[in-house]
Write a protein that binds this ligand. Structure first.
Ligand code: NAD
Length: 449
């Protein structure tokens, strides 16, 4: 398969297209490696994760260049992603999932143990290919599972490079990568030898994954779509909050599950904040991620580009564009960061997940109303509250239906902070000890004394 650079539309490299037979071979390899890997000591598994972190660190520049070439993000961001991936592996290497003694009385001894599950299928999206691996693979391995990783069809290169780099240090069959043309996901999630599916992607695909997994009662962790609301209360300072909101909405060209996708602003600050955001949008440097000045790269693929163009048309029809709105004239999938005012619920841009650089700004007059409107979504991934009064902001956060609520920031991801989606944004959690436990099966050992 030819893999295109989204900044130019030109091919970067070709990549093998896995067949159904090769997918089965990868699952069989993971299944064969499982008993041996599950028997290794926790110490040995920690050692592998640390070694992988070292290998990623040592090759971060090569991985970052590939990420920029296939995904489009600015090289500085891609470099952070490569180092971040190493840091996540390193952090997980230090996590604990020890056996706990629940009862050690005169009649019985009861232990709560955590056993590995078996073969874990890790299915990735195209917006942050390496980082999403770091959300899943180290925890699965530390718990004693083996994995089959399937990257998205348009971003397989950094994943394959990583696989090549770690093949020498990883026991055979423990980590497998299969690339596809967006056509092997069904077979992988349907496979009788897969014990768990950890999936990051759209809610529509997540529903299919869960239906397939149900046939053999596979465990699932689903990190799905979002339509995060940010609420700016009347006591916020528009100039002070604008850069954080801009970053939360436009980082990675808005292609972040946890990006701000709806901005609710109190009436009294509305015009001023729209203007502050518009100024930042006009200043932002949009371009090829390999240019040092670029702050915002292209959309990752043609399909997403076409989708975002549809949202732009909707914004024009139902709102007022205060900044941006232009497409690039060149071959790449560029859309200028766009601020849309005077738009309301009922438009596609507000009700659906745009996953691109177009931010609708909505006006509210009471906090109660803002909370109700923020919650009126099938999604519940993240949310944020912006205010100069922390107690007031926390009181609003308490009412929001979301897996993460930030105050005076949006998007802050770290390996020790679990991430979970409420409502149709997901099932289960990733990262931290909570995330690690999702790769284990509870086993109670109950001994008569
Ligand atoms: P997508 O659902 O189209 O694809 C994700 C992955 O699923 C790809 O690897 C794809 O090949 C695979 N796939 C396709 N059909 C499948 C099937 N029937 N069964 C199993 N797998 C199948 O999503 P995308 O377009 O790559 O990513 C964008 C979406 O991902 C957005 O909705 C975004 O919000 C979401 N996302 C969520 C998170 C999170 O943590 N919640 C993070 C990043 C992206």
């Amino acid at each position: 398969m030819a893999i295109a650079n989204p900044a130019t539309g030109e091919p970067v490299a070709t990549c093998p297209r896995g067949s159904a037979r090769q997918l089965d071979a990868a699952v069989a390899a993971a299944k064969a490696a499982f008993p041996g890997w599950a028997r290794t000591s926790l110490q040995e598994r920690r050692r592998l994760l640390t070694t992988i972190a070292d290998v990623i660190e040592a090759n971060a520049d090569e991985l970052a260049a590939l990420l920029t070439a296939e995904q489009g993000r600015p090289l500085s961001d891609a470099t952070l992603e490569a180092h971040g991936t190493a840091a996540f592996f390193r952090h997980v290497a230090g996590l604990e999932h020890e056996t706990r003694v629940l009862d050690d009385g005169p009649d019985r001894r009861v232990e709560l143990r955590r056993r590995p599950l078996g073969v874990v299928a890790a299915i990735l999206p195209w917006n942050a290919p390496l980082l999403v691996i770091a959300f899943k693979v180290p925890a699965a391995l530390l718990a004693g599972n083996t994995v089959v990783v399937k990257p998205a069809a348009t971003t397989p290169l950094a994943t394959l490079a990583l696989a090549r780099l770690i093949a020498e240090v990883t026991p055979r069959g423990v980590i497998n990568v299969v690339t596809d043309a967006n056509d092997l996901g069904d077979r992988l999630t349907d496979h009788p030898d897969v014990a768990k599916v950890t999936f990051t992607g759209s809610t529509a695909t997540g529903l299919k994954v869960m239906a397939n997994a149900a046939k053999t009662l596979k465990r699932v962790t689903l990190e799905l779509g979002g339509n995060d609301a940010a609420i700016v209360l009347d006591d916020a300072d528009p100039r002070a909050v604008a850069p954080g909101i801009f970053h939360g909405a436009f980082w990675n060209c808005g292609q972040v599950c946890l990006a701000i996708k709806r901005l609710y602003v109190h009436d009294s600050l509305y015009d001023e904040l729209c203007e502050e955001l518009a100024a930042l949008a006009r200043q932002a440097v949009v371009g090829d991620g390999s240019d040092a000045d670029t702050q915002i790269g292209p959309l990752q693929n043609r399909m997403q580009y076409e989708k975002v163009k549809g949202f732009l048309a909707d914004a024009r029809a139902h709102g007022r564009i205060v900044a941006g709105g232009e497409l690039s004239g060149s071959a790449g999938y560029f859309v200028a960061p766009t601020i849309v005012a005077d738009i309301a619920e009922g438009s596609r841009l507000v009700d659906e997940e745009q996953f691109g650089p177009i931010l609708p700004v909505l006006r509210f007059s009471t906090t109660k109303e803002a909370v109700e409107r923020a919650n009126a979504s099938p999604y519940g991934l993240g949310a944020s509250v912006w205010s100069s009064d922390l107690d007031r902001a926390v009181a609003v956060a308490d009412q929001l239906e979301a897996g993460t609520v930030w105050i005076n920031k949006h998007i802050d991801v770290a390996p020790h902070i679990p991430q979970a989606g409420a409502k149709q944004s997901g099932i289960g959690a990733e990262l931290g000890e909570v995330g690690l436990l999702e790769y284990t099966q509870v086993q109670v050992l109950n001994v008569k004394k």
